[in-house]
Design a protein around this ligand. Structure first.
Ligand code: V4E
Length: 244
């Protein structure tokens, strides 16, 4: 398990030239589809927990204890889980914890209505017979946990590494172009779980400085913009809960 520390930035037209000027090397381009899942009542995203299937591989991003640490500044920090049994166990625990043991009947009925609407939407939106990981459509654990897709988009990514530069080893810069017409850059360092993040934050800061990034505000990511455009109610809920 590793922890991803990253800072997003708005890219201008010269970003690739600037990256090369500071010694970054393009290590490849790829395209991937992300499909994000949650319960109809948004038990996961309201806890800042993000479950996605990227090109058939499951990934879960969870906040760490330090996610609210002011030292993070413009950076964010998430634990990434990629082992499916661990993902299922964590998702189950988060849903259980956030739905609580007791629910009023009206609340349950409302949730069921939402689930039915969600089911109908998923049934019409998802292509029948499309493979997710096993044979024939969605894996059964998704159904058991009442998880349905709420966002699907494709990203074209160009990745750079700064490994040649001794003081910036391990820094990766991704330039993402999402298919809904949104571009974003990310400076990212992976830190083994349990290790301190101070040097990762310093490397990110130095890279941002060398790239001439001057903004002092957090930059919205792909999901932020996607939800704002296509799922405004979900976005409002997360915004009001200070998640986005
Ligand atoms: C953690 C999170 C989400 C999951 C997607 O994370 P992100 O790093 O934005 O996506 P991507 O495609 O770059 O993943 P990678 O390839 O790097 O693994 S969606 C929303 N969040 C929360 C969040 C937040 N609150 N603030 C910021 C700046 N980013 C993400």
């Amino acid at each position: 398990m590793s922890v991803e520390v990253e800072r997003k930035f708005v890219c201008d037209a010269n970003i690739q030239d600037k990256l090369r000027e500071i010694g970054a090397v393009c290590v490849g381009q790829c395209q991937f589809e992300d499909k994000y899942f949650d319960t109809p009542a948004h038990h996961l995203t309201l806890r800042d927990v993000w479950l996605r299937c990227r090109q058939g591989s499951w990934e879960l991003k969870c906040p760490t204890q330090e996610s609210g640490n002011p030292e993070l500044g413009l950076c964010s920090r998430y634990r990434e889980i990629t082992s499916l049994p661990e993902i299922i166990a964590k998702v189950e625990a988060v849903i259980k914890e956030s739905s609580g043991d007791e629910k009023h009947d009206t609340e349950q009925a409302e949730e069921q209505k939402k689930a039915d609407r969600y089911d109908q939407r998923a049934a019409t939106e998802m292509k029948p017979g499309k493979k997710e990981s096993g044979e024939g459509g969605f894996p059964s654990w998704l159904g058991k946990l009442n998880l349905l897709p709420f966002a699907v988009f494709t990203t074209n990514r160009c990745s750079f590494r700064l490994d040649g530069d001794t003081d910036l080893g391990g820094v990766r810069v991704d330039l993402d172009q999402a298919d809904f017409g949104f571009c974003i850059g990310e400076i990212e360092v992976l830190v083994p779980d349990g290790e301190e993040m101070h040097s990762a934050l310093e490397k990110i800061e130095r890279t941002a400085h060398r790239l001439g990034l001057s903004g002092d505000k957090r930059v919205p990511g792909k999901m932020n913009v996607y939800l704002q455009r296509y799922c405004p109610e979900h976005f409002k809920e997360l915004f009001n809960a200070n998640i986005l």
